[in-house]
Design a protein around this ligand. Structure first.
Ligand SMILES: Nc1ncnc2c1ncn2[C@@H]1O[C@H](COP(=O)(O)OP(=O)(O)OP(=O)(O)O)[C@@H](O)[C@H]1O
Ligand SMILES: [Mg+2]
Length: 592
């Protein structure tokens, strides 16, 4: 029995680590669920689950008509087993702390716990020569299932010798059973003290022991770190060993944010820096370097950057899941470092990778997040219905999420982020892997959302950023490289024009003719996909665009046959081309 119940500890630990592994625990805590609430909810569920093997145990023993059951009352057994459930479960929580992968829990604890159970058993049985009360206390502290076994065998022995335990004797300090019960309660308290201590140490920014009394002060300090003065690195940036003038709007934004607060800013990043220490390379990986940036109320801000630029890390810092290395910021005037607890109900997060609970339905998810965001019970159904309609999740409303396709999981993640109308919503690649129709629905939701909230959107779709974002910031190598409207970025950083020519002749012929027409050095063949040639055409200072385009059109029309031209088109530089230029500068992780 001891061995059997020790597996329940492993089961409980594996479940907890599974939630950690899939980000569910962290996500709930980011949304404002305190560790104590989280553990309490799990504890209730696990205690109910614990009743299943307990009942099964009695059914089996009763069916076998064992003397230990038939010769006395089963109530003392039940009392012991129920009390034993407390530490069996809390022990699992404690043991789960160092694990990150649920598979490892099964492998390590499955074997390890059997040993831990056996060692005290061996000592009591062969070294102490029997179970004294002291022995139960000592070894029970190491393994609760052992204390449980001692108490059960004490009741069984009493029953079979014709002196079964009365209920009063179960709670009498003279008897080993009560001693075991005290051990159960005592070690459960000890387990939870350790668990909450570890939680508060490892996640000190989200610790429920931590009072953010000085957060306002911290935010004020952070908003005037250099008394409004610009430093050298605020105006110039080191690229390949040379200083390059920074983007004018980035400089302006930095200067503005070093000044007084602006009530139009929903989110302010104030000298935000983040680096990770890479053990294998024995050096720091710089993700953000003294970034000043604001996201305004009722705007959709496109936070763009190549893979590994630090977009998700920035979102994590702004939502309390990571702490900055230095600097800080505010959301609606409240500090993000340390992370102000009141912020949790004010923000919505659609994480890059879906965090959903496979056994819950769409409506369950939405109710859970609406409750976290403070939607009143009387408004709950209306809020859930509205979200289900808006995201087109109607047919899936009462289905469990484990059956959902990738696109539907994404829609659900977005709905969970948006429900309750949070003031600031972080959308980390919300349309990745969704079909065109779902993407359109998501775009419509985002357009609607920015009427009430500040939306921070990361995406690798330049089309999406162009269509939705009021302003865009491109981040590479820890710095905001360019900032402004999509149009400004195209005008400032775009080479000029994109020309697409469909031809069945040699591309060099077309390139040569184009160069002769508009001038050498202005035509770059960006890519050739089959018969489709994509050129970039550099703009010349003071040149009349219409003249240059007229010459080009004349060339294509006059030499259509000679150059084998089937079709052609000319457009202004796209955001994608601007982005690619900056993305080229992003250092590969190994160079960072
Ligand atoms: N906990 C961590 N420890 C060490 N390095 C980390 C950690 N978290 C992230 N990184 C590194 O930080 C860099 C930025 O990661 P991040 O996920 O923020 O990039 P991203 O811009 O969101 O990229 P993507 O577009 O691929 O989602 C990456 O090189 C990543 O490997
Ligand atoms: Mg990311």
């Amino acid at each position: 029995m001891t061995f059997a119940f020790s597996f329940f500890t492993t089961f409980v630990a594996a479940n907890l680590v599974n939630e950690k592994e899939h980000g569910q625990k962290q996500h709930l805590q980011n949304m404002g669920i305190k560790p104590i609430t989280y553990y309490l909810a799990r504890y209730v569920i696990d205690l109910i689950s614990f009743l299943i093997p307990v009942v099964a145990c009695f059914v089996i023993l009763g069916a076998a008509r064992l003397q230990m059951i038939t010769s006395g009352s089963w109530v003392p057994y039940l009392i012991v087993l129920l009390f034993a459930g407390f530490p069996v479960i809390s022990f699992g929580y404690l043991l789960s702390l160092p694990f990150q992968k649920s598979q490892a829990v099964g492998q390590v604890l499955g074997v390890g716990l059997s040993l831990i159970v056996f060692i005290p058993y061996f000592f009591v049985q062969f070294v102490f020569q029997g179970a004294s009360n002291l022995a139960i206390v000592l070894v029970g502290c190491i393994t609760p299932t052992f204390a449980m076994e001692r108490a059960i065998s004490s009741i069984a022995t009493a029953s079979t010798t014709g002196q079964p335990y009365t209920i009063a004797e179960v709670f009498d300090i003279q008897y080993p059973v009560f001693c075991a019960i005290l051990v159960f309660v005592g070690i459960t308290i000890v387990h939870f003290c350790i668990i909450f201590y570890v939680e508060s140490r490892t996640q000190s920014r989200r610790s429920f022991f931590h009072k953010n009394n000085n957060s306002k002060k911290h935010a004020e300090e952070a908003s005037h770190p250099t008394g409004g003065a610009l430093k050298r690195q605020d105006t110039a940036i080191l690229v390949d060993g040379k200083y390059r003038e920074r983007d004018a709007e980035v400089i302006e934004e930095t200067l503005r944010l070093k000044g007084p607060e602006d009530e139009n800013d929903a989110v302010r990043l104030l000298g935000l820096s983040k680096k990770f220490y890479i053990k294998s390379k024995k050096r720091d990986l710089i993700i953000l370097d003294d970034v000043y940036l604001a996201f305004k109320k009722n705007e959709c801000f496109g936070y763009l950057g190549p893979n590994g630029a630090g977009k998700t890390t920035t979102i994590k810092m702004l939502t309390g899941a990571e702490s900055p290395t230095s600097g800080g910021g505010t959301i609606e005037g409240l500090s993000i470092a340390p992370f102000h607890d009141d912020l949790r109900s004010m923000i919505g997060i659609c994480p890059q990778f879906d965090i959903i609970w496979p056994k819950l339905t769409v409506r369950d998810h939405l109710k859970l997040f609406a409750t976290i965001k403070g939607v009143a019970p009387e408004d709950m159904d209306a809020a859930v219905d509205q979200m289900v309609d808006e995201m087109g999740l109607g047919p899936l409303g009462n289905k469990r999420a484990k059956t959902f396709s990738g696109g539907n999981k994404r829609r659900l993640s977005l709905a969970m982020a948006v429900i309750g109308c949070p003031k600031v919503v972080f959308l980390d690649e919300p349309t990745t892997g969704v079909d065109v129709a779902i993407r359109q629905a998501i775009w419509n939701s985002i357009r609607k959302l920015k009427k009430t909230s500040c939306v921070i959107l990361t995406t690798h779709s330049m089309e999406e950023a162009d269509a939705l974002c009021d302003r865009i910031g491109i981040i590479t190598n820890g710095h905001i490289q360019a900032l402004g409207t999509s149009q400004r970025l195209k005008n400032t950083y775009g080479a000029g024009y994109k020309v697409i020519v469909k031809t069945y002749t040699n591309p060099h012929l077309v390139t040569g003719e184009m160069e002769r027409t508009v001038g050498t050095g202005r035509v770059t063949l960006v890519q050739a996909l089959g018969s489709s040639l994509e050129y970039e055409l550099t703009r010349m200072e003071g040149e009349r665009t219409t003249d240059m385009l007229a010459k080009l059109f004349a060339l294509f029309e006059q030499k259509r046959k000679e150059l084998g031209i089937e079709d052609y088109s000319v457009s202004q530089t796209t955001l994608a081309q601007v982005f690619i230029e900056f993305a080229k500068e992003q250092a590969a992780p190994e160079d960072k």
